[in-house]
Design a protein around this ligand. Sequence first.
Ligand SMILES: Nc1ncnc2c1ncn2[C@@H]1O[C@H](COP(=O)(O)OP(=O)(O)OP(=O)(O)O)[C@@H](O)[C@H]1O
Ligand SMILES: C[C@H](O)[C@H](O)[C@@H](O)C(=O)CO
Ligand SMILES: [Mg+2]
Length: 474
Amino acid sequence: MLECSLAVDIGASSGKMLVGYIKNGKLRLQEVHRFENRLIKRDKHFCWDLQSLFSEIVTGIHASRDQGFVPQSIGIDTWAVDFVLLGENDELLTDAVSYRDPRTDGMMEEVFQQISKERLYLETGIQFQKFNTIYQLYYLKKNHPEILDKAKSFLMIPDYLNYLLTGNKTNEYTNATSTQLVNAFTKKWDRELLDQLGINKEMFQEILPPKSTLGNLKPELSREFGFDMKVLLPATHDTGSAVVSVPESNDTIYISSGTWSLIGVENNFPICVTKALDYNFTNEGGIDYRFRFLKNIMGLWMIQEVKRNYHNRYTFADFAEMADQVDDFHSTVNVDDDRFLKPKNMIEEIQKYCRETNQTVPETSGEVAKCVFDSLSVSYQTAIDQIEEVYEKEFKKINVIGGGSQNEMLNQLIADTTQKEVIAGPFEATAIGNLASQLISLGEIENLNEARQIVKNSFEMKVFRSKNKTEGLK
Ligand SMILES: Nc1ncnc2c1ncn2[C@@H]1O[C@H](COP(=O)(O)OP(=O)(O)OP(=O)(O)O)[C@@H](O)[C@H]1O
Ligand SMILES: C[C@H](O)[C@H](O)[C@@H](O)C(=O)CO
Ligand SMILES: [Mg+2]
C-alpha cells in the first residue's frame, strides 16, 4: 500500500478525487474517483446536494484504499461563496443554496443603501457579484430572520464537508475572503460590517489559513475505512488551490479555466484603488496570505450549458473542433451579462442577444460554439487590458490552468487575440495545488516556491504563440 495525500476537488460542474505523492522529485497523481456535481431544486431554490457530495467523498476514500493507496492526509476544495447554517445542536438550518439561485437579485443594491460600495471595497477588496455571501446573508436577514437568529455556526461548503469528516468547525481563510465580509488588512471577520448589516457575528468561526491541520477523522469513519487520516486545510476555495499550482508566476497572468474563467495576477498586497473597483477586480485571499487580484468571467459554464442544451450529443473536444471549422462567423456576446448566469436555455439566450444587437444569429452547433469561445477571448483581452492599466506594466505570458487548458483551439485563440505567449497546463491545477499545500503541511515539500518548481518539473505544459502577428479573431 502506497502512502500519499488525497485531494478532493469539487467544482461547480464535477467532483474529482486524486491521490498524490512525491517520487524522484516529481509529483505523481492518480485519479481514484470522479463524480457529477449538479444543482437540485429544494423549496423553489437551486441547491447543491451536499449529502450526495459527502457520500461521494466516502466512496472515493474507499476507492483509494481499494486501488492500493493509504492516504495519510485529505484536503477538500470547492467553489466559493456558498454556505450552510447550523443550529444549537449542529442541525442544518438551511439548504446549501447555490450562488446561481436568483434569491439575491436586488440584495446588493439594498446593502449599498447602508454601506457604500467604496467602503465595502476599501475594507474587503472583494469584487461585486450579486451572489456574494454577504448578499445571500442579507437575503436571509430580510426574508428569514428567524433562521439567522437561531444560527450558531456559519460553515462554507468545504468547512461543512470537513465538519462531517472530523466534527470540527472552522472557516478557512481563502474561501472566507470570497464572502466579502473579511477585512483585507486584519484578515479577520469585519465585525463592524456585520454589526452595520445586523448579521449575527457569533455564528462565524475562527478563520484558519491554508496549511493548517483541522484534526483527524471521526472514530466511526476511521473504523469504516480501516485507517485514520489527518484532515488538512488546503486553500479550500478551488481557485485559491489552482493558483498555488501556477508554475509561472512572474510576469504572468493566469487564467484558471473551468466553469468560471478567473483571470488575474498573484500579489503580496491587496489592490483596492478606485480603478480596480471601477473594473470590478477582486483581492481574494491566497496561500501564505498572498492575494489573488483577479476577475470572474462567466467561463466555460456557457459551453457546459450549450452541451446540455444539445442533450450531451457532443463532447467538449467536439465543440472546440466544430468552432475551429467555422470561418465566416463573427458575432460575439458580453459573456458577463447577468442573463447568462442561469438562463433557461443558453443557446436561445445567445441567439436572443445577437438578434438584439443586430448581429448574425448563430444557428449551427459550430457557430454557437465559436460565438462562445470568441466572446470569451474578447472578455479575456478586456480583462488583460484592465490588469495592465492598473499595474502600469505589460505582462508577457498567460498561463491557462484547469480543465479549460485542454481546449487547444481556445488556447490558440487567446494567443492570437492577445499576441502573448500562452502556456497551457496543468489541467488538474486545482487538485495539484490542493495536494501541494498538504505536502507542505506534512513537511514533504519545503515551501510554496519548491512546490511550484516541482509542479513545473512534473506536468506537461504546451506553449501557444500567435499565428497571425496582426489580427486576433479570424
Ligand atoms: N478535452 C477537452 N477539450 C476541451 N475542453 C475541455 C476538455 N476537458 C475539459 N474541458 C473544459 O474544461 C471544463 C471543466 O474544467 P474543470 O474540470 O477545471 O472545471 P470544474 O472543476 O468542473 O469546474 P470549476 O471551474 O467550478 O472548478 C469543461 O467545462 C470543458 O469546457
Ligand atoms: C462563485 C465564485 O465566484 C466562483 O465559485 C469562483 O470563485 C470559483 O470558485 C470558480 O471555481
Ligand atoms: Mg475545478
